[in-house]
Design a protein around this ligand. Structure first.
Ligand SMILES: Nc1nc2c(ncn2[C@@H]2O[C@H](COP(=O)(O)OP(=O)(O)OP(=O)(O)O)[C@@H](O)[C@H]2O)c(=O)[nH]1
Ligand SMILES: [Mg+2]
Length: 512
């Protein structure tokens, strides 16, 4: 047997050069299904849920904090009828030249409405674009615009809140607007926090959302104008800040931050341990990241067939970073990591609070960046995602790791799709619909190639004695792409995908 294996090694020369040549010359890696699949013994790893045993509820439970934060975030169990305002600077070239170059105020307004629609029991009652020459430090809007808003509120008495779709308003601006308009005023930060609170189900998510709240509260405490302190304490401003004194509020936030940081450090350690466990460490890891609602969960569901994954037409439906096992056409098992989505115009602290769980994605072998090409704003969205990923310590490796999936092609006209395909280089972008399945086969072929190369795996053929211990080992340890019984049935040639470490074990066990 040693002789046959050596013969094989000689015949194919260095494993890597054979494999690379083969992969390059091969249009598709999807080979006919192996004959004897049932007997291939895969390592089965089903449960990737963490058994992190920290009592997060007791870390989070703090009545004074709850009372204080609820006043600031104006959490409402009954929802609101909202006037959505998308502000923009009039006559300013920033929409064309600045960081928002690929979008328009109209598209931003649509997204602002989608944020409100995502909150259960909140409804968009009315919406408007509001162009201003510049943003006012005291009221955010100029007096003319405030008068216009008042007019709308007078006409539509059912409006119970205003959402100003800018990333963050100063405490002073919120207080002044609320005193003028007599309804609570929200910015993107506070709306996203409400969504996070509604969607956080697991203790990991709850903890990270709690962390995401702190920078906002801190800026409220800091920016709190002294002259208003008594009126706020007495609750004459909507919500008010309660009766907690400024120094006490600072201490409250400091204490909470310390507790949360400690818990998050424990979460990080736990995730790190899981990542390096032999159970998970042997899998290629494929992170799926992208703008919120782009189809990350849908893609993973399509690739794994996992029924428990529930894609939803909501922003930030997924807050937990979770792993899901999938099988590539070459029978290699991989873990797909579902992640929290990104969104423009929110302070970076918000998404960065999720880094403890996003580290699983940071340590991935391949990063699928999924775009929703049916969204007219997708260029701006994908740019924003790339900018955020760069900030999230993906470092210099990022461009090499990224594999782009342009999703939802079923929602765009054929000629528009052709136009897009001409505009976007297609060597690293694959157009698909996770809904209809169009383009998924070609995408998966290419994803598989990328995973094999990124994880230092190679594909090769091994000829062994039929039914011998080598065959047994191969079936147990390696993804088998195909196998052929030689005419005399004495030998079988296996096509397998291997890492260098696995090949070394094979050589050690059977060749010497
Ligand atoms: N028409 C169409 N709809 C799709 C496609 N892929 C996903 N969707 C829909 O888009 C919505 C969002 O899908 P998800 O998979 O939840 O998106 P996500 O990126 O995980 O979203 P978040 O977790 O909220 O960030 C759902 O209603 C999906 O059914 C597609 O290819 N075509
Ligand atoms: Mg999702």
């Amino acid at each position: 047997m040693i002789k046959t294996s050596l013969h094989l090694l000689r015949r194919f020369g260095a494993f890597h050069s054979y494999t690379n040549r083969h992969l390059n010359s091969c249009g598709s890696l999807i080979l006919p299904r192996i004959r004897n699949k049932a007997s291939v013994n895969f390592q089965t790893v089903r449960d990737f849920c963490s058994d992190w045993d920290l009592d997060v509820e007791s870390v989070l439970k703090d009545n004074s904090y709850e009372e204080f934060s609820e006043r600031i975030f104006r959490l409402s169990q009954h929802g609101h009828n909202v006037l959505v305002i998308q502000p923009f600077i009039k006559h300013q070239s920033s929409w064309e030249e600045g960081k928002l170059k690929n979008t328009t105020p109209e598209l931003q307004l649509e997204e602002a409405e989608a944020l409100i629609d995502t909150l259960s029991q909140w409804k968009v009652s009315d919406s408007m674009l509001l162009g201003v020459p510049s943003f006012n430090r005291t009221y955010f809007f100029g007096s003319g615009q405030v008068a216009r808003i008042k007019e709308i509120l007078n006409k539509k008495k059912s409006i119970s809140a205003i959402f100003v779709s800018t990333n963050i308003l100063r405490a002073r601006q919120i207080i002044n607007l609320e005193l003028e308009l007599n309804v609570p005023v929200f910015d993107r930060y506070t709306i996203v926090i409400q969504i996070f609170r509604q969607h956080a189900n697991t203790k990991e998510a709850k903890l990270q959302v709690a962390m995401a709240e702190l920078p906002y509260l801190r800026q409220c405490v800091k920016g709190f104008p002294l002259g208003l302190s008594d009126r706020l304490a007495s609750g004459s401003v909507i919500g008010g800040l309660g009766r907690v004194l400024p120094q006490k509020r600072k201490d409250l936030l400091k204490d909470r931050e310390q507790k949360l940081k400690k818990a998050i450090a424990s979460l990080r350690k736990h995730r790190e341990r899981l990542r390096s466990s032999p159970k998970i460490g042997s899998y290629p890891i494929v992170a799926v990241m992208g703008y919120t609602n782009a189809g990350k969960t849908s893609l993973i569901k399509a690739l794994t067939g996992k029924d428990s994954l529930k894609p939803r037409n909501q922003l930030f439906a997924t807050l937990d970073v979770t792993k899901h096992e999938g099988l590539l056409p070459c029978n290699l098992r991989v873990l797909y990591v579902d992640t929290v989505g990104f969104i423009t115009n929110i302070p970076t602290d918000l998404i960065e609070s999720f880094t403890a769980t996003l580290e699983d994605a940071i340590h991935s072998d391949v990063l699928i960046h999924i775009w929703d090409v049916s969204n007219p704003d997708f260029l701006q969205q994908q740019q924003h995602v790339m900018d955020t990923l760069k900030r999230l310590e993906f470092g210099g490796n990022l461009e090499k790791k990224v594999f782009v999936v342009a999703n939802k092609i079923d929602r765009i006209a054929k000629d528009k799709l052709l136009e897009l395909k001409m505009q976007i280089p297609q060597n690293n972008t694959f157009f698909v619909s996770t809904k209809t399945g169009e383009g998924m086969g070609e995408m998966l072929d290419n994803l598989q190639k990328k995973i094999i190369v990124a994880t230092g795996r190679t594909r090769l053929k091994i000829r062994v004695k039929t039914g011998g211990s080598e065959e047994e080992w191969i079936r147990k340890e390696l993804p088998v792409v195909g196998m052929e019984l030689e005419n005399d049935s004495e030998h079988t040639v296996f096509s397998v995908i291997v890492t260098k470490a696995q090949m070394d074990i094979f050589k050690h066990k059977f060749l010497n």
